[in-house]
Design a protein around this ligand. Sequence first.
Ligand SMILES: NC(=O)c1ccc[n+]([C@@H]2O[C@H](COP(=O)([O-])OP(=O)(O)OC[C@H]3O[C@@H](n4cnc5c(N)ncnc54)[C@H](O)[C@@H]3O)[C@@H](O)[C@H]2O)c1
Length: 447
Amino acid sequence: MFRDKHIFISRREFLRDSAWAAAAAAFAAAFQERIEAKQKSPTAQAQAAPSAAAPDPQSARHLPPVRIGFIGTGTQGQTLLQRLVRVPGVRVVAVCDIYPPHLSRGIQMAGAQATSYRDYRRLLERKDVDAVIIATPLYLHAQMAIDALQAGKHVFCEKMMAYSIEEARRMVQVSRETGKHLQIGHQRRYNPIYAHAREMVTEQDVIGKMVHVRAWWHRNSSWKRPVRDKQYEELLNWRLYSKYSQGLMAELASHQIDVVNWFTGKLPVSVMGMGGIDYWKDGREVWDNVEVIYEYPDGVKVVYTSILSNQYDGYAEQFMGDKGTLLLTNEKDGYLFREPTAEELGWDAKNKTVGKGGVTGIVLDVTATKRRGTGAVIGGQKMAAGYERKDAYELELESFVHDVVRNGQKPLCDAEVGFQATVTILMANKAIAEGTKVTFTPEMFQV
Ligand SMILES: NC(=O)c1ccc[n+]([C@@H]2O[C@H](COP(=O)([O-])OP(=O)(O)OC[C@H]3O[C@@H](n4cnc5c(N)ncnc54)[C@H](O)[C@@H]3O)[C@@H](O)[C@H]2O)c1
């Protein structure tokens, strides 16, 4: 058992010691208003998208640095750290991990000025840490993020936001109580191609009336890491054990179903599904395949699958309307396939096309796919200009450093977005576990 008793209180103690229920009631009304405001303004987040690229990185070089403490330098931590050190005006002053090889690698990547920690609470005591980035296993997100917010730090926490709905709710509350921002790592929210696609779906009527969505993430791998020293089995393979992990829905689907929440501008009505440990019978406790159907308002059905025994389909999100299909693959490519009966768009002939299954589609390009009829460039272009070589991880970090920490703006993917994604996902897990159809209620999404 790698959980350090001195660092962590148990989940039960954490729940008991916090007066969550009372606080939830107090904040429920206020949050509901904000949810409704977001629902009424489906364009709000996409319009905000260009601000993710608004910082002027060059001018930031001359400002005092934003000082970051980094907690959890495993696979994703290193992916983020590699990009973070390229963001102008950033200094990573502290790095924390409990697995020595990852701590060494983190320090190496952060640079000589960084101090190493095994206990994240010591890192949080430092007054010269402005903000904290958390990339630890799911079950640690809430405790670490709450401690960091209460220590006066802005926080970037990897997805999924938290292991439980109550934890995620508490994270929203503490962010509000402390006035410190909490950004969640659903990087698609910072991806220009997604902002571009969303505008096409929601504002330009490019695919017509959308009633079906499909999304999937298919791999052919065990998801299990080889571990030589057995004392580290649970530390390194935390994803496979239910006390640390919420499985495929949390690790993979949460990104994609968040996109559905974002593109539809709605929250789900009901969910049902199946899952099982049917292929990788290696002692894991979380399902190696999940098949889920959500219903959203106006009859929109969302079919989601994630499997670990066949990679043919790869991963994608596909929005289907009566005029066309918009397909987003591998977090970087977008295609538009028009229905034969759909009217001409006007700009489609000028854009690069691709064939798929005998159908010709338009390759979405944030700098080249023009607004129908007007020739105007849609929102994604501004965001992408000058950022072509940056992926969404780098854009989300840049936004966290410049927009959120330095300029005090609310994150594009804030605690409320992360909370809604968490509720959406964990109710699917509940439906699978209980073999029932779960109906969402407004209260579930209240803080
Ligand atoms: N946004 C994305 O695309 C994306 C991709 C992969 C992973 N993630 C998320 O990032 C998080 C980490 O995933 P990962 O794949 O990097 O896992 P990982 O196991 O590779 O890394 C987690 C790190 O946290 C460290 N850790 C564990 N307990 C700790 C403690 N008490 N104090 C300090 N460090 C501790 C581990 O030693 C390890 O180095 C997860 O929440 C995961 O869902 C996000």
